[in-house]
Design a protein around this ligand. Sequence first.
Ligand SMILES: Cc1cc2nc3c(=O)[nH]c(=O)nc-3n(C[C@H](O)[C@H](O)[C@H](O)COP(=O)(O)OP(=O)(O)OC[C@H]3O[C@@H](n4cnc5c(N)ncnc54)[C@H](O)[C@@H]3O)c2cc1C
Length: 691
Amino acid sequence: MEETLATQTMQDCQADLNVLTVQTKIYNNTDQVLTKTKGSEKNKYNLDFPEKIDANSEVNLCLRNEEKGKKIDISVYYENDYGTVELIIHKTTNPFESSVSAITKNDLIDDVVLLKNTKFELNTKVIIAESLVTVTMRNVYHFLNELKGHIDGDQIEMGGGNLFDMINYAKACQIFNTRLQLRPFAIIYCTSTEEVQRVYKGAISNNLAIRVRSGGHDHEGECSGTDTILIDLSRMNTVEVDRESGVATIGPGNRFERLTTLLAEQQVMIPHGTCATVGIAGFTFGGGWGPWTRSKGMCCERLVGATIVLGDGSIKELSDDADLQARELLWALKGGGGFSYGIVTALKLQTFELPRELIRFEIEWNKYETDSDAKRLKIVHKNTVPTIQFLKEWEDVINANRGLESNANYLNSNEKLIGTNLKISAIPAAENFDANTVIHNCVMYGYWDGNENDLSKFIEKNFKNPQTYDFRITDIAGKKSYKAYGSNMMSNWDRESFHTVKQLLKGGVQVKSSKSRPISPDLENPAPHKITSCLVDAQGLGPKGHEALLRSLTSPLILDGNREMGLFTYITLGAISGVFYQSKTEELESAFPYKDKQYTIQYQTWWNESLERKEEGQDNFVYDRINRALDWMQVCRDFNIPNTSGAFISFKDSSIPTETYFGSSYERLKEIKKKYSKDNLNHFRTRKTII
Ligand SMILES: Cc1cc2nc3c(=O)[nH]c(=O)nc-3n(C[C@H](O)[C@H](O)[C@H](O)COP(=O)(O)OP(=O)(O)OC[C@H]3O[C@@H](n4cnc5c(N)ncnc54)[C@H](O)[C@@H]3O)c2cc1C
């Protein structure tokens, strides 16, 4: 009987059109046989249902009633280890009273598709499958089993049954942006290319999504993901410098504080970023802007080789002397974004010699000070300067090289200013906004190649009215220095310190010249934040652009008192313009698309853990402030600032279209991904990957 039914065709069933007919195709999409259980023996249609439906197979049912005006009514149960399913069929000559349904329990799920419902005919498909949760968890189980004997237990972090395991797992999940809380199935700490290859292949062959994390500083959390296998590379942190070629082979798990110290000990350096805890891998693939950009270019320009695990699990060495595939992939890694092209397990970066003397300095205008009752921080109106003045001065300084030869006199070309950014804090909306008079707190940060004397002359020459600003040297490094580079030269160029604000409110004074460890304790800690960006075109902002930029920084969405609570809203302008890009643009082979831009504009909103906790506790007062600040970010993202375009992928904001990040490199990057990453199923994908 079963066999007859299983082979009965739909055509047989449809042969007699005046007979009440129910055709149902039942798919058993589980890997276990479904067995009919007792209960419906008395029903004459029971025999039409097979006793068993094989795993991963289908059967056709054809129920008929030739007596006019009669109906077909039956309910049959099947079961396997995953659960039970009740199939209920009800057919009369009234289509509105006819139905086929399934009720699944435990780990079975169903999908019923109605194909036809007329006076005499009901035609449906019933699909029985395991719930996705069960399937996925079984895949995780198989994946972990396959790692046994290859990956040690202490390389795997998963949420466990006891409190300590749960705490360790929660810590391991933490990424730098605590606005995003993501929970992978498992975090695997790989220690070699072969382990990465094994874990990657194991995950995809078990149908599990993967993510890759090096330093964990992705602003949109794309280095992790809930219900994924997270390949963590932080333990791959070796650093080897070839003295002859100056090429450093660097593990992707290196972060700047340790990495720059190790390089400086060998008297060499790379164009690192501003923050001690950022990872070299994501930083380089995103371009890599920092305090060396004016003179040495973005970090990606120095990437001369890499080891990469591709989409099919193969390992490929990339260099400019290798085959076309290797050359194209290397080009893509130079600014084409993280994760899209494969998993990089080693980077080769061309280092440069450290200067003899290197000075890190700051200039601050319109300082915040405590008001008379020491409850508020205000820009005290004594020696204040309109923002437009120092903004233009800073622009003139970074653009002095445009049109000059790279070896021009440094006092004219500002060649010794090897990198700089300008931080301008946003303020609550001013009545009668005037771009020529509006005042914001502002700090210029810089690295200077040379001695204090020359630096002082440079500042006097380029920034008017010394009584209006504080100039401070915050640290000194270079070949002559005995101090650890990483912990002294890394800085707060990107962050504001709540610790410093609290000190000020307690009546403390702002640090003038520490020449000691510069990082306030909270600046290295993960914190919730949101970033967005654009870049200033080669011709510069011009009067309309300046006005729009300053207007965007003067907003009713910034509430008075935010700073005192540790809610910071500001922009950082990162200089690209300088000797490097002005003299080398033609010969540079990299995907970084913004070589001719003057500088990046990075809008930032940061708050802190105690505010976050209050927010979670539904303290609506705080919630309102953070919400408004995030609204400000959205307004700024869409602000029409003349002579700006593009966006910088390392300052990632998911709501900016992908093409905007990669500009003229976009089409070539997509082609490289399709042709050379061997990632046909696009395993290397997140919201802002190239495809
Ligand atoms: C506090 C702070 C300061 C910052 N300062 C600067 C700055 O001065 N200049 C600047 O340019 N940027 C800066 N950034 C941005 C930073 O460079 C990027 O977020 C960068 O992607 C971080 O790299 P990571 O390795 O730490 O990140 P991760 O979050 O680990 O990775 C970032 C992306 O790259 C992918 N990825 C990571 N490792 C690999 C790998 N080995 N192979 C393939 N894909 C990989 C990840 O999957 C993810 O998509 C800063 C960010 C923060 C949070």
